[in-house]
Design a protein around this ligand. Structure first.
Ligand code: ZN
Length: 288
């Protein structure tokens, strides 16, 4: 059941759960995500970043849309971290139902202007928009955007930003970073800031860089108003670790043999994430 992010997260907001957004850089991840959603009776978000789209080609989105239409579980096809207007247009043409425009490293005024323009373009086409205010850090081992210094989102600015742009969901900076944290690094999640933002804006909030944060902290963030959690490293790391293990058998050359165990490992983690975010068994709240 293909839908946009506004439709998907409205229900999550009302019922206080979050939906995992899995970065799908290959079809194995899409297939594993949708199978897990079916097993868990849960909604799911498939995210394809512009770099991933560049690698996979536009036809990959047709595959994702078909997979989403063929399942009874609610699915959103979302562009992760679009930074240029041309990427947004390409995504909409390809059939994405949701886009992120990330102008968080620009000034507040520029971010409002760029995001507002994307909303004006996307909304009449039924495509929802996520934006970012404040910044998410980067750990040096992630292909995603990020800055060395994490800027926390200012709640009053968030209220103004949402009012001026009309975005459907907002990614907030509360101390997470993209990629995996180095050993010994303790990320400081500012749940007090999250609480203030949620009180100021009345739209679903998004947590990026949620890999490696303690489960209790993520669960607490969901309770306080996070409705979408981006997950990339936490699924890809074990997936490729298993692929490496499998490939120690040097006679293997069939993809269906090489990826089978790795997909099973990944599905297990995807299911754990759904349990953690509270979206297991929530598919029934969506009407076809
Ligand atoms: Zn991100």
């Amino acid at each position: 059941m293909l839908m946009n992010m506004k439709e998907l997260l409205e229900v999550a907001d009302r019922h206080h759960f979050a939906v995992p957004a899995f970065n799908a850089g290959c079809s194995q991840i899409v297939k594993a995500a949708i199978e897990t959603a079916e097993e868990k009776h849960a909604p799911v978000i498939i995210e394809v970043h512009p770099d991933e789209l560049e690698f996979l080609g536009d036809a990959f989105i047709t595959y994702c849309v078909k997979a989403a239409n063929d399942t009874r579980m609610p699915v959103v096809i979302h562009l992760d971290h679009g930074s240029m207007y041309s990427q947004i247009e390409r995504a909409v043409r390809d059939g994405y139902t949701s886009v992120m425009i990330d102008a968080s490293r620009r000034s507040f005024e520029e971010n409002v202007l760029i995001t507002g323009r994307v909303v004006e373009f996307a909304h009449p086409l039924g495509v929802s928009v996520e934006a970012e205010l404040g910044t998410i850090g980067i750990m040096g081992n992630s292909a995603e955007e990020g800055t060395k210094e994490i800027t926390y989102t200012v709640p009053a600015e968030a209220e103004k930003f949402v009012r001026l742009t009309g975005v459907d969901a907002l990614a907030v900076g509360i101390g997470t970073a993209h990629g995996l944290y180095p050993k010994g690094y303790v990320p400081k999640l500012r749940l007090d800031i999250l609480e203030e933002i949620k009180a100021a804006v009345h739209i679903p909030l998004v947590l990026h860089g949620g890999s490696g944060n303690p489960d209790e902290e993520v669960a607490a963030a969901v309770k306080l108003g996070i409705n979408k959690v981006n997950i990339s490293s936490d699924i890809k790391d074990p997936f490729y670790r298993q692929v490496r293990k499998t490939l120690q058998d040097e006679t293997l050359r069939e993809p269906n043999e090489i990826y089978k165990d790795a997909m099973a490992v990944m599905k297990k983690i995807m299911g754990q994430k759904m349990d953690l975010l509270g979206c297991t068994d929530m598919a029934g709240h969506y009407r076809p």
